[in-house]
Design a protein around this ligand. Structure first.
Ligand code: DSN
Length: 430
């Protein structure tokens, strides 16, 4: 008989304080309109795998080459995830062990630019133009190990200016060019980046974290045919658990694997690997292609509504899952707008816009996206409601009664569209 210290205790009994916080967060996620473009709702199946006993197991190494015993079932789980990643994205090789996108990016650079390489220069999109910290921003460790220069976007169109990028690449002579963004609302032309890389003798790598689900769903061009290696997170449009993934050409497979383990990481998070495998299976279904297409249609409807409400939409619209807009035409900074939206049940993040005159901690813009609301089943007509609520919240940023009214309308709509991953009985309305 198990003694009392071994008796299983559910979270509610074992830690009521934590359980209560978790229940409140579940209710918040259920009733608020999640508009952060890098978030999503993972399915119940993904959450079950992520919360499984696989979290108890150490597996340093790779399938069939481990430093711990007891891998009889871990190996086939990781092999399943690898096979599904390769099949879904048409890649020669996949590494499913990166803990998330940031370590995946550092591993990618370390793999392709070994210390012995004479040229350590990398050209990537700058943070103010929609790049990521791990694309060599000065506060990121990536900038300590490699010599980054940054390209931007055109001052008028706010899109990539390939003439300027190729001129910069000829001058800078990078060994690597990074194509990928966190706040760029248009198609990333990986073929054009590949041409530039080939011309200057660089390798192209891609960070497709934001758009991986759109690539999987066939509604955004894939970087895989063009890039030596591709990094991604697994939890954004791809709708898996929080995790990372690297894909590469066969000739870089060994370097990529060595860079992840033992280069940067210890044991893989097997529970996450299993959940990634589940998400990759889901993303290979026809329904996911329809989902990805709807994400974009919804984002276009949202962009149009925001523009018609007087907000300044960067690039005038969107081709993907996100919309970046200046809130200044409604006399609010991005931070003021995002705070007001949060009080109104509309969860987004303040964001710099290209050539932003405002500082990064109080920029001119807000970034919104449709992956989460589309996962709930919302469509274009709902996005028009959401766009009007956003504008009302910004206009009413100092009016708590108005923000409360909007919040109530948002909650009414969300209650009709339960998100994936939530089982009845649903959380009580906060
Ligand atoms: N932090 C993510 C985003 O919100 O875009 C990128 O990693």
């Amino acid at each position: 008989m198990p003694n009392s210290t071994q008796a299983p205790m559910a979270l509610d009994d074992a830690d009521p304080e934590l359980a209560d916080l978790l229940a409140q967060e579940a209710a918040r996620q259920f009733y608020c309109a999640k508009l952060i473009p890098s978030e999503n709702y993972a399915s119940l199946a993904v959450l079950q795998a992520a919360g499984s006993v696989l979290a108890n197991k150490y597996s340093e190494g790779y399938p069939r080459k481990r430093y711990y015993e007891g891998q009889q079932l871990i190996d086939p789980i990781e092999e399943l995830a690898i096979a599904r990643a390769k099949a879904l994205f048409g890649a020669d090789h996949a590494n499913v062990q990166p803990y998330s996108g940031s370590p995946a990016n550092l591993a990618m650079y370390c793999a392709l630019l070994p210390q012995s390489a004479p040229n350590q220069r990398v050209l990537a999109l700058g943070l103010p133009a929609g790049g990521h910290l791990t694309h060599g921003h000065k506060v990121s460790a990536t900038s300590r190990f490699f010599a980054f220069a940054h390209y931007g976007v055109d001052a008028t169109t706010h899109r990539f200016d390939f003439d300027a990028i190729v001129a910069q690449a000829r001058e800078f002579k990078p060994a690597l060019i990074v194509a990928g963004c966190t706040a760029y609302p248009r198609i990333v032309e990986f073929d054009r980046f590949a041409e530039i890389a080939a011309e200057v003798g660089a390798l192209l790598v891609a960070d497709m974290a934001h758009i991986a689900g759109l690539v999987a769903g066939g509604v955004h061009p894939s970087p895989v045919p063009y890039a030596a290696a591709v990094s991604t997170t697994t939890h954004k449009t791809l709708r898996g658990p929080r995790g990372g993934l690297l894909l590469c050409k066969a000739e870089h497979a060994q370097a990529i694997d060595k860079a992840v383990f033992p280069g940067l990481q210890g044991g893989p998070h097997n529970h996450t690997t299993a959940a990634v495998a589940v998400a990759l299976k889901e993303a290979a279904q026809p329904a996911f292609r329809a989902y990805a297409a709807q994400v974009i249609s919804n984002a276009k409807a949202l962009a149009e509504t925001l523009a018609s409400e007087g907000l300044a939409v960067v690039t005038g619209g969107t081709d993907n899952h996100l919309v970046l807009f200046s809130t200044m035409p409604l006399q609010a900074t991005g931070k003021q707008a995002a705070k007001a939206m949060d009080l109104a049940g509309l969860e987004a993040n303040f964001n710099s816009i290209p050539f932003d005159p405002q500082p990064p901690m109080n920029p001119s813009g807000v970034r919104v996206g449709t992956p989460s609301l589309t996962s709930r089943g919302l469509r274009e007509s709902h996005m028009r409601d959401v766009g009007r609520w956003i504008a009302r919240a910004i206009r009413g940023k100092d009016d708590s009664t108005e923000l409360g009214r909007i919040r109530s309308e948002v909650f009414d709509l969300m209650a009709q569209y339960p998100p994936p991953g939530f089982e009845a009985p649903y959380p009580a309305r906060p």
